[in-house]
Design a protein around this ligand. Structure first.
Ligand code: NAD
Length: 370
């Protein structure tokens, strides 16, 4: 399959909808990429600096992620061009207005992403039924609270560790971003004996080669602070964070943090993509050529959407972690094996696995000439 350009390819996007309501300062873009396997699921990102093309790339990642996880859903993504730190009252008004504008858009199921949370999904539930990521009090399975994505990411890391002869209990880890994905990934890995040596959030990055105390970091975040408030560590730049020698480096913040210009500096054995599209293709090629195992985002970070799809189907919370483990371990093992057998990037193996499933659905529905 060809790589999608900014206007897409045979898989999509199916539609791009721009919503504009000046009265409440609302501007938003919905990209529905492909719905051959079912209505699209993908999070609503509140951020001021995301282009329509980036929104499309994120929607495509969801098409592939949902297909790889064998969910009855296509991929979509929404961007709301609002400051995520805006007051709740402003966000609520904008979200209610946005959802009303899209109330008949059956091809998209609303879901949380960076800048939106379970409370936002509860407001949306008042307006329409097509929403996942609800608080437990409204029958949801709070995926960020339980760490569903991080749980899946750690299962992928365990498979990758076996394939690269790394022992997790002796491993040194670096995590960029200390939100829902980053902090739970740190928790699950530290519970297995790993040492967290460096971490960052939007305020900055810190490093202590002897290890950081996770409980202290979690407390600082819970009190509304930053990891940079941690006392016993050296303050470092985002650039220095990339160059720290470790076993497992986890991006859990923004897209495209690794590019052709800085990929050379990454010094780890496994690059486990918690964030969506954290590296460009050129960066992934660089890492592959240097023997660093890349766990592609849409394989490794599918735990959240698996949880969301299970919530949508009315599943019990206790079934979530075993299902995530099963799907992500199997997919990670297949991707590593295919990548090694065919000497291709892990991402190429992952795209082949997922796009075959999407194309099979398109063929059955006669949406594509084969
Ligand atoms: P979040 O909003 O809970 O946390 C994001 C974290 O990144 C925060 O700690 C923030 O301070 C930090 N951050 C922001 N800009 C940064 C920067 N420039 N440098 C370092 N840190 C920075 O978000 P999240 O839910 O943890 O999502 C993180 C990433 O994982 C995103 O790319 C998201 O798309 C992806 N993801 C999340 C889920 C999920 O279930 N939450 C699922 C799949 C993928």
């Amino acid at each position: 399959m060809e790589q999608p350009n900014s206007y897409g390819d045979d898989l999509g996007p199916l539609k791009i909808i721009h919503v504009h309501q000046p009265a409440v300062h609302l501007r938003a873009t919905l990209v529905v990429d492909n719905v051959a396997r079912g209505p699209s699921i993908g999070g609503m990102r509140m951020a001021q600096d995301v282009s329509t093309e980036e929104c499309f790339r994120l929607a495509r990642a969801m098409t592939l992620k949902n297909a790889a996880a064998d969910l009855p859903h296509g991929g979509g993504k929404m961007v709301i061009y609002t400051d995520p730190k805006a007051p709740d009252s402003e966000k609520e008004l904008q979200l209610r207005c946005l959802v009303q504008a899209l109330r008949n858009e059956q091809d998209y199921v609303f879901a949380p992403d960076m800048g939106t949370n379970e409370t936002c999904m509860a407001w949306i539930k008042d307006e329409v039924d097509r929403v996942v990521g609800l608080p437990r009090a409204l029958g949801g399975i709070p995926l960020d609270e339980i760490g569903a994505t991080a749980w899946g990411l750690v299962q992928a890391i365990r498979v990758a560790a076996d394939a690269t002869a790394i022992t997790i209990s002796e491993s040194r880890i670096v995590i960029q971003g200390f939100g829902a994905v980053g902090k739970h990934t740190a928790r699950f890995l530290c519970e297995q004996g790993a040492t967290l040596v460096a971490v960052s959030d939007s305020s900055g990055a810190i490093y202590n080669p002897a290890g950081l105390v996770l409980e202290t970091l979690l407390q600082l975040k819970q009190q509304g602070g930053s990891v940079t408030d941690y006392a016993d560590a050296k303050s470092i730049t985002e650039d220095e964070l990339i160059a720290i020698t470790c076993d497992i480096w986890v991006p859990a913040a923004r897209p495209d943090i690794l590019t052709a210009s800085n990929a050379d500096r990454l010094d780890c054995k496994i690059f486990a993509q918690g964030a969506n599209i954290p590296a460009t293709m050129a960066a992934e090629q660089n890492l592959h050529d240097r023997g660093i195992l890349v766990l592609p985002d849409f394989i490794a970070n599918a735990g959240g959407v698996i949880c969301a799809a299970m919530e949508y189907q009315g599943a019990n919370e206790s079934a979530v972690f075993p299902t995530i483990s099963d799907k992500i371990k199997r997919n990670t093992a297949t991707v590593i094996e295919q990548s090694r057998q065919q000497n291709i990037l892990p991402r190429a193996a992952a795209v082949a696995l997922a796009s075959e499933r999407v194309e099979a659905a398109m063929k059955i529905r006669r949406w594509k000439l084969f």
